[in-house]
Write a protein that binds this ligand. Structure first.
Ligand SMILES: Nc1nc2c(ncn2[C@@H]2O[C@H](COP(=O)(O)OP(=O)(O)OP(=O)(O)O)[C@@H](O)[C@H]2O)c(=O)[nH]1
Ligand SMILES: [Mg+2]
Length: 279
């Protein structure tokens, strides 16, 4: 089951989300997907980096996922700096091996990583086709303590339905827009109304500029219609219910610097979570 959105654009994941895997014989893994580590000074980005650091506390193991087609650069070094103080096992997952025809390249990259630090295990995987994912899973289980499952078997995530819906809409926006637009969109679900036959959802897509609003709406509303349809179909598949989805587009200049707005967007804050202050 897909619990976190995926896209070809950087900085897709903006907050940490949980995914729970329960295997009857083996046990339970509570995955915490965090934002990636990127350089940027916006309040929003600082907040994402704080989320990463906070997520790294109280874990039994860390899986650091890299794109195995990429040489080590500043971004990876920065991420490994963040991982420096982690005291639990850190597993290196070299992802996208489906795109690497030459094994030698993978071995060379692996030893480059080894030069920087020692990882608990090095596991080449393909998340796309599932290759070696079970090896990674077994490696993770090795480092988890014995005990009762934390969550019931049917619990798969901590994300409220409204947030899942907002993220699905954002994923469709990321797929259909380019350049600065993906970074400039935020989606907020204003209304979630369940009736016996259909779930009615109203969401607002926030952008930073009028020009971006025009892009998101598209010629005669074509873009927003396409995004709405794609998101609705995905919602129906995920929740196994019929949906009516209404989308609005609003301009909110510099929302990434607006703490009040960021708080509104953050479902953990909505339900009274972390209230640490920032600059
Ligand atoms: N070929 C191939 N593509 C993959 C694989 N795993 C992920 N991708 C693609 O890589 C892109 C990025 O995936 P994400 O899951 O958004 O990556 P992420 O590391 O979470 O990125 P951020 O959330 O932006 O930090 C998407 O286009 C995926 O489809 C893989 O094993 N093979
Ligand atoms: Mg992500």
């Amino acid at each position: 089951m897909k619990l976190a959105i995926v896209s070809s654009k950087p900085q897709t994941t903006r907050t940490s989300v949980q995914g729970v895997l329960t295997e009857p014989e083996l046990g339970q893994i509570v995955f915490v997907d965090t934002p990636g580590i990127h350089k940027s000074d916006s309040v929003f980005n600082q907040r994402m980096m704080r989320t990463v650091r906070a997520s790294l506390a109280n874990l039994d193991a860390v899986v650091y996922v890299v794109d195995a087609r990429r040489e080590i650069d500043d971004e990876q070094r920065q991420a490994m700096d963040v991982l420096q103080n982690v005291e639990v096992p850190v597993i290196l997952a070299l992802n996208k091996i489906d795109k690497i025809p030459k094994k030698e390249k993978l071995i060379a990259l692996l030893s480059d990583y080894q030069q920087i630090r020692e990882f608990t295990a090095y596991i080449p995987i393909s998340a796309a086709n599932g290759d070696q994912v079970d090896v990674l899973k077994n490696e993770i289980f090795k480092h988890l303590p014995e005990g009762e499952p934390i969550f019931p078997e049917d619990h798969v995530t901590d994300q409220p339905s409204r947030f899942i819906a907002a993220e699905m809409i954002r994923e469709k926006l990321l797929d259909s827009t380019e350049q600065e637009v993906p970074h400039s969109v935020a989606v907020f679900v204003e209304k979630w109304e369940e009736t016996p036959n259909i779930i009615r959802v109203t969401a607002t897509i926030f952008v930073e500029k009028e020009g971006q609003k025009a892009i998101v709406i598209g010629q005669g509303g074509a873009m927003i219609k396409k995004i709405g349809t794609e998101a609705r179909l995905e919602l129906e598949k995920f929740f196994e219910q019929k949906f009516y989805l209404e989308l609005f587009v609003k301009v909110r200049p510099n929302w990434r610097e607006n703490i009040e707005f960021l708080n509104e967007l953050d479902w953990r804050k909505m339900i009274g979570g972390d209230t640490t202050s920032e600059k």
